[in-house]
Design a protein around this ligand. Structure first.
Ligand code: C2O
Length: 348
C-alpha cells in the first residue's frame, strides 16, 4: 500500500545521517494542534495565471528585488507560523531525519529520499513554498527561479544568492563561490583541477548519461518502489538524477565544517535559499525527461500514485496531497522558461 503520512501528532528528535554528528539534538517538528483540520488537496483553477520559473542567471533586477523581498518577509513571519522560513526548512528535515512516523505504522519513519518518492515529494514541497512567497508579496504570478546547472552559463552558484540580501547564506563552501565552476560529479574527495572548458564538457556528459543513456526506464530515472509498512524500503534505490547531480550539487554548495551545513546535510539543507532553486532545476529534469522520449513515462502503480503527504498551504491550512495530482506542472499552474538543452546530444 502507498506511503501515508506523516502522523503529525507524534514528533521525535531528528537524527542526521551518520557518520556526521551534531552537538544538540535536532528538533524539526511541524506546528500542529490535534484539532487541526486537514483538507484534501485541490488543483488550482485552470484559469489561474501560469507561474514561469526562470533560470536564476537570467533574471532581471526587478525580479531579484521581488524575490528577495518575499524571502525576507517569510523570514520575518512569527516563528511558529508554519509558513515561516525556518518552519519551511524544518519540513524538509521532518521528512527525512526520522521526526515522524507513517500513519498506521507507529514504528516506521518516513524518508523522502532514496526512492520513487523523491521527485513528487519535492515537487509539492516547492509548490507550496512558491505560493507562500507569492502571497507574501501579493503576486499570484510569482515563481521560484531554477539553478540552470545543466547549461554552461548556469554552472556556478547563481550570483543572486551571493549578494547581501535575504537570499544569502553564510554556511556555504568558500571555495565554491562565483566564478568557480561546479563539477556535477563532485565529491569532497575528487576536487578536480581540469580547465573550465573540460569541466563543462564533463558536466554535459554527466547530464546526457543521467537524463538519457542511463535513464531509459521510470525506475532508472525516478528510483525504486517504496511502499508503506514493514515491507517498504525507503532505500529502494535512487534514480539517476537524485544520485547525480542532485546530491553532488548539495555537497558542493554546503560548508566544509561539521555536518556540511547548510546545503550538504538533509536536516539543514532547506535553510539555504539556493536549495529551492536547486530543487527547481531537479524538478525541471523530471519535466524535461518526459518530453525527451515517448517511452519516458511516469509510473502507473497505485502504490506510487496514491502516496500521500501533508503540507501547509499559502493560507496556513493543512493539506493532504497525493502523487497523482502533481504529474504535470501545468496542473499546478507553473512552467519552466524555455532555455537551450545543451546535453541532449552525446558529447564527444
Ligand atoms: Cu530533499 Cu535535495 O534533498
Amino acid at each position: 500500500s502507498p506511503i501515508e503520512g506523516p502522523d503529525l501528532s507524534t514528533c521525535f528528535p531528528a537524527t542526521p545521517v551518520p557518520p556526521c554528528t551534531v552537538k544538540d539534538s535536532i528538533t524539526c517538528c511541524i506546528p500542529y494542534t490535534p484539532d487541526a483540520k486537514i483538507t484534501d488537496f485541490k488543483l488550482p483553477p485552470r484559469e489561474s495565471p501560469l507561474r514561469i520559473r526562470r533560470a536564476a542567471h537570467l533574471v532581471d533586477s526587478e525580479y531579484v528585488a521581488k524575490y528577495a523581498e518575499a524571502v525576507k518577509l517569510m523570514k520575518e513571519l512569527p516563528a511558529d507560523d508554519p509558513r515561516n522560513f525556518m518552519q519551511q526548512a524544518n519540513v524538509h528535515c521532518a521528512y527525512c531525519d526520522g521526526a515522524y512516523r507513517q500513519i498506521g505504522f507507529p514504528d516506521l519513519d518516513i524518508q523522502v529520499h532514496g526512492s520513487w518518492i523523491f521527485f513528487p515529494w519535492h515537487r509539492f514541497y516547492l509548490y507550496f513554498h512558491e505560493r507562500i512567497l507569492g502571497k507574501l508579496i501579493n503576486d499570484d504570478t510569482f515563481a521560484l527561479p531554477f539553478w540552470n546547472w545543466d547549461a554552461p552559463n548556469g554552472m556556478r552558484l547563481p550570483s543572486i544568492y551571493n549578494s547581501s540580501s535575504s537570499l544569502f547564506d553564510e554556511l556555504r563552501d568558500p571555495n565554491h563561490q562565483p566564478p568557480v565552476l561546479i563539477d556535477l560529479d563532485y565529491s569532497k574527495t575528487n576536487e578536480t583541477d581540469i580547465s573550465d572548458d573540460q569541466l563543462i564538457l564533463h558536466n554535459l556528459c554527466v547530464m546526457h548519461r543521467q537524463m538519457i543513456s542511463g535513464a531509459k526506464t521510470p525506475s532508472l530515472f525516478m528510483g525504486g518502489p517504496y511502499v508503506a509498512g514493514p515491507n517498504g524500503d525507503s532505500n529502494a534505490g535512487q534514480g539517476t538524477i537524485e544520485t547525480t547531480p542532485h546530491s553532488n550539487v548539495h555537497a558542493w554548495t554546503g560548508g566544509l565544517a561539521g555536518c556540511n551545513e547548510d546545503m550538504g546535510n538533509l536536516y539543514s539543507t532547506a535553510r539555504d535559499p539556493v536549495f529551492y532553486a536547486h530543487h527547481s532545476n531537479v524538478d525541471r529534469m523530471w519535466y524535461l525527461w518526459k518530453k525527451l522520449d515517448r517511452r519516458h513515462r511516469d509510473f502507473d502503480d497505485s502504490d506510487w500514485l496514491d502516496a500521500g503527504f501533508l503540507f501547509y498551504d499559502e493560507n496556513g491550512d493543512l493539506v493532504r496531497v497525493r502523487v497523482k495530482d502533481c504529474l504535470e506542472t501545468e496542473w499546478l499552474r507553473y512552467a519552466y522558461q524555455d532555455v537551450e538543452i545543451p546535453w541532449q546530444k552525446k558529447q564527444r
